[in-house]
Write a protein that binds this ligand. Structure first.
Ligand code: ADP
Length: 386
């Protein structure tokens, strides 16, 4: 007879049960201890993240998430253990996961808590949202906000271009009419005064039309902007989650290099997300067409106390000189179904925020789009929020 104690038998049986659950559970499941070290991984989680259990056992769970959560996760855990304040435990949220190959994907994460004796464990249940219709998710919400806004801005951009185009012939009409009037002054004919009067009125109407258009342009430039103090890393996280749907299929590795000194900026959240979505989408689209390295780098940098810079760099085919010359102008596109409004909208939004947007060629191929925003200092935080 074996001399194993019944309690050990029970423990072994429990462990075997857990192993079999982890092998068969359809959801990705990860168990970590209170310091974030990986205890167990379900087979689905191994497949989803591209790691085997052997590779990650005992390592910190933060390797499964992109920046900025990667750096902050230890702090989240610590804060929860100290304060018991729940941000995600038992609630469930859409977050971004990062695979072994560096690619990221949207996932729904629910966390359960488990205390046994003096030990504390957390169980994460993960659903990959990449291929799903996210009807009731936050992502959908974001998406509709951004597309609504983008339609609105596209209309505004078209109105503004149209206004600019129409204003020039109107000015010319006005000038011609004034010239006619001067010529008529020298003609001695009974009909001349009537003609002069009519021409003067026509010139006034042309001026009036110009005025209406000027007002339209001003309105478009002002837009419906709601500028607040926003966290730039959060803005980037939301926008990239949205813009990177489908990036997995294209095998794009995404790297976030976020300067820890950059946090609060003054921005209209939806508009700046729209800029980011446009830039990231463009980058993903150009990289889908190249073979070889596909890397997307999203970076922030504090340029000065007042200014931060955001850049989106790709390893795509780069810009042709012809496109580069007119890049931020409306209706410049090389795409069959493109409208060529994305980048001009980006420019309108960034400039309305008091920033600048430009493009650089990446030395190793591809392009880097950069834009600046105003950093919010604490004084502004008080005046804007208070
Ligand atoms: P659209 O996407 O409708 O064409 P955009 O204004 O967003 O409008 O882009 C204009 C053009 O600029 C694109 O058609 C493409 O030729 C070029 N372009 C934009 N982003 C990139 C990029 N990251 N790499 C190479 N070309 C780009």
């Amino acid at each position: 007879m074996s001399d194993t104690l019944p309690i050990e038998v029970a423990l072994q049986a429990a462990e075997a049960r857990l192993r079999s659950i982890l092998q068969t559970v359809p959801d990705a499941m990860i168990i970590i201890d209170e310091r974030g070290r990986i205890e167990s991984l379900s087979t689905t989680a191994e497949r989803l993240f591209g790691y085997s259990m052997g590779e990650v056992a005992g390592k910190n769970i933060k390797m499964f998430m992109p920046t900025p959560h990667r750096e902050q996760h230890d702090g989240y855990l610590k804060r929860y253990l100290q304060t018991g304040e729940r941000h995600i435990i038992g609630i469930g949220r859409i977050v971004t996961g990062q695979r072994k190959d560096g690619t990221t994907f949207p996932m729904h994460l629910t966390i359960g808590e488990l205390r046994s004796a003096d030990k504390h464990y957390f169980t994460g249940f993960i659903r990959d949202l990449t291929d799903q219709q996210l009807t009731e998710s936050r992502l959908k919400e974001l998406q509709s906000e951004v597309t609504h806004m983008s339609r609105f801005t596209a209309l505004g951009e078209m109105a503004s271009t149209l206004a600019h185009e129409i204003n020039q012939p109107l000015t010319a009409i006005n000038n011609y009419l004034r010239g006619c009037n001067r010529l008529l002054e020298r003609i001695d004919d009974p009909a001349a005064p009537m003609l002069r009067d009519a021409i003067g009125k026509a010139a006034d109407q042309a001026l009036r039309a110009g005025d209406i258009i000027r007002r339209l342009r001003e309105f478009v430039a002002r837009g419906d902007s709601e500028r607040r103090i926003e966290s730039l890393p959060k803005l980037i996280e939301d926008a990239s989650t949205l813009a990177l749907i489908g990036a997995k299929e294209n095998g794009i590795a995404v790297a976030f290099r976020l300067d820890p000194a950059v946090d609060l900026v003054i921005a209209d959240r939806i508009q700046i997300q729209q800029v980011l979505v446009n830039l990231i989408r463009n980058a993903v689209e150009v990289m889908a067409e190249v073979n070889g390295v596909r890397e997307l780098d999203i970076e922030t940098r504090a340029v000065s106390d007042e200014t931060v810079q955001v850049s989106v760099a790709d390893t795509g085919g780069g810009l042709s000189p012809e496109v580069a010359r007119h890049l931020f102008q409306p209706f410049v596109t090389t795409k069959q179904k493109g409208m060529g409004l994305g980048l001009s909208i980006c420019r309108t939004i960034v400039e309305a925020h008091g920033g600048k947007i430009w493009v650089d060629a990446r030395p190793q191929g591809g392009t880097i789009f950069r834009f600046t925003l105003r950093a919010a200092d604490h004084h502004e935080e008080e005046t804007l929020v208070g």
